[in-house]
Design a protein around this ligand. Sequence first.
Ligand code: EPZ
Length: 425
Amino acid sequence: MDRTVITGGIPLRGEVQISGAKNATLPIFASTILGGGECVITNVPRVVDVLTMGKLLGILGAKVHHEGSRALINADVITSTQAPYDLVKTMRASVLVLGPLLARWGEATVSMPGGCAIGSRPVNLHLAGLAKMGAEVSMEHGYIRAKAKRLTGAQIYCDTPTVTGTENLMMAASLARGTTVIENAAKEPEIVDLANFLVKRGARIAGAGSDVITIEGVRELHESDHDIIPDRIETGTYLVAGAITRGAVTLNRCCPNHLDALLMKLREAGVEMQVEKERIRLNAASRLKGIDIRTLPYPGFPTDMQAQMVALMTIADGMSVITETVFESRFMHVEELRRMGAEIKVEGNRAVVAGPTRLAGAPVMASDLRASAGLVLAGLAAEGTTEILRVYHLDRGYERMEEKLRGLGAMITRHKEGAAPAETR
Ligand code: EPZ
């Protein structure tokens, strides 16, 4: 397995371009199953999860063609409605094909995604909503089997706002007979981006981005093109990279108004930023102070930025309490940060950080996508060399991360498994 080696202590300076949002691309790719001819999707991030979704569409029989950050997808004709376990187990977001397959073809067999490092990740709300729309849903040998002649519109209440659950139900409702109302819907910008793409293709959707989404089913959709929104979590990760190294970085082609909560918390910690329409300039020369953070569904503080902020708080003055309310076990990065000298105690769903500490480079193990990002950030700040193992987790959601960080002056290199460690620049 590849590993990444970082020589820390260098303030990052310069400009970096933000890529398209992974978590908008995944449902948008899946939505092509709803039919309507070839869709041209641009600003697509070249990350493993997106390639995996493209592979899944190919397995279902769709035509998928990648050209750099453009993807041409035609899922008008498919040859299978089964999403196999050996692919779904590598990416739980494969469950996003369930709603579109059911809506367009009346059947779907999708392997249960199973849990992952950050929690059990149930899909009960996806299934309950589809059942309310008339689907017969059963579990057989680890697979979800769903059937419906034609879905009918329904009033659906989600016990908890679920991002992919809202996306699955919104896609399914687009071709259902009648009107569907999703209450307590998730409000993430990626849901709005999916809704915008569906509406361009003829779907009738109102309220995306609020907690009540109304979808009036139509008979069919038509083709369209779409430009994916910038990745707000990649944006946040590079902001923290600038802050944790006390550097001065400029992020281009980002969408600051998708990050209100994060920007407010970074300012509370003492980070100075100038925000323009599609650009953020950060200057973090001054000392930082510890703050309290509570992750919440959007527009609250994003859980996908929790690990990165825990890393940042290790070098801030004073105590910080970070409370994770979305997932049940999303502190896998803490033990690894402690090995770098961080003083962090986990009590239930809270991580209490005592700063400032001078982080020391060490060999550490990545466990999931955002925990790995937190370890990279700590390595950028630490004295000496940090070696991050199982770094394939990063490739799932960050496009060319080492290259982008080197562009900001970081000393960071990727080593193939078994290769002798090259001299870091
Ligand atoms: C999406 O996951 C994102 N993934 C996650 O990003 C993100 O962390 C998460 O939303 C929360 O913002 C994609 O968009 C592909 P949820 P999702 O359903 O949809 C519970 C990353 O790093 N729940 O909103 O799987 C669930 O257990 C990834 O890019 C149910 O109980 O998350 C959790 O506690 C990691 N039943 C809460 O809701 C359900 O049927 C929120 O989960 C569904 C969810």
